[in-house]
Design a protein around this ligand. Structure first.
Ligand SMILES: Cc1cc2nc3c(=O)[nH]c(=O)nc-3n(C[C@H](O)[C@H](O)[C@H](O)COP(=O)(O)O)c2cc1C
Length: 355
């Protein structure tokens, strides 16, 4: 196994075996207002939506998780089968491994499935020259698209993870310009990986010409925690200390949905565990939600397990629409919500005083 394959395997293994969640799930701070007289039949509710011109049966994508090592092919196949059956979007994990070693099979497996929205993935640190690595050029980006017949490429921002990782790429200067260059040639969106997007960053990202933002805020998987446990395995005290100290670093996911709303399509992610969380993301202004770790155990088991999990999320989402009296997803965005706790504090004290 190469170093990069081992890292990809570790990420999945550690995320399953260890408690890598943040200490606080900020979605619990968001409350929808109950409608005791909904005047709509549960069955008549239309949960479908359109994201980047593609129709999804309900507003969810399974966001970037894996690829690039042996077991990843089965995980991606199980997710792909489920996303085909449910007709929702799917992203693959970072395609760096395949772009570096040429083995595309664990990613290209998703090509065989009729998924309405396929999203490729590459890290922003790989778009610029690192200490001893050249940046990916436009032909590599083209390959990433072709590898999975992608509709869109997600560029991930993961500098928290890179700084905790012993082997991390910590050069960040030049990412904005690199994004601008590739966004001119290809449909690109930007995602975080669990630390969220601020208003200021969202505005700067908009200036690159990207098509959307997946906030991936704090409250769910903490990549700082993931890298802490990886550091523990190899006896790297530096990584253990940094990983623990920065475990809960980041912008609360629901606050990020509100703050990063600069007129681009928004995906609410980071700690989304159920269909009620999806509804909360939509009510705050996102077009869609994204899940990663909450379906990982199912994805390691079978496509049927993923389908089961996603169908429950869809029913939970439909139930939120029913109990708030919504017939269509767009109705949800006009409904009242209440924000409490740490998320309220965060929003009140953020400079723009959005609330
Ligand atoms: C095992 C695992 C591997 C991941 N790998 C990637 C990746 O390669 N690229 C990426 O953009 N995000 C990656 N992520 C981050 C997720 O896409 C997501 O942004 C983050 O986990 C927060 O969502 P969650 O709380 O639903 O897990 C990964 C997440 C997990 C759990």
């Amino acid at each position: 196994m190469t170093r990069i394959e081992k890292r990809k395997a570790d990420h999945v293994e550690v995320s399953i075996e260890k408690d890598v969640g943040s200490h606080y799930n900020y979605w619990d701070d968001v409350k929808l207002v109950h409608n005791a007289l909904p005047e709509v039949d549960l069955e008549e509710i239309d949960t479908s939506t359109t994201l980047f011109g593609r129709k999804l049966s309900f507003p969810l994508i399974v966001t970037a998780i894996t690829g690039g090592y042996g077991k990843a092919a089965k995980i991606n196949e199980n997710i792909a089968k489920a996303c085909e059956e449910l007709q929702i979007g799917m992203g693959v994990g970072s395609q760096r491994a395949a772009l570096e070693n040429g083995d595309e099979s664990s990613y290209s497996v998703i090509k065989d499935f009729d998924i309405p929205l396929k999203i490729g993935n590459i890290g922003a640190p790989q778009l610029i020259r690192q200490r001893n690595k050249e940046a990916f050029d436009l032909s590599s980006i083209q390959k990433a698209f072709e590898m999975i017949d992608a509709d869109l490429l997600s560029v991930h921002l993961n500098f928290l993870q890179e700084v905790v990782q012993p082997e991390g790429d910590t050069r960040a200067r030049g990412c904005w310009e690199a994004l601008r260059v590739i966004a001119k040639e290809f449909p690109v969106m930007v995602k975080e990986t669990g630390a969220g997007i601020s208003r200021e960053v969202a505005e700067r990202l908009k200036g690159t010409g990207i098509k959307g933002i997946d906030v991936s805020g704090a409250g769910g998987t903490s990549f700082s925690a993931v890298e802490k446990y990886r550091s523990e395995r190899i006896g790297d005290e530096r990584g253990v200390a940094l990983g623990e100290t920065y475990r809960d670093w980041g912008i609360p996911a629901p606050a990020s949905v509100i703050l990063a709303n600069v007129g681009l399509p928004l995906i609410a992610s980071g700690g989304v565990m159920n269909g009620l969380h999806i509804a909360k993301g939509i009510i705050l202004g996102a077009q869609c939600a994204g899940v990663a770790r909450s379906i990982l155990a199912a994805a390691m088991d079978s496509a049927e397990s993923v389908v089961k999990k996603l169908k429950i999320m869809q029913l939970e989402f439909r139930t939120a629409m029913f109990l708030t009296g919504c017939t269509r997803v767009s109705d949800l965005q006009k409904k009242e919500f209440i924000i409490t706790g740490l998320t309220k504090d965060w929003l009140e004290q953020s400079k723009r005083r959005i609330l």
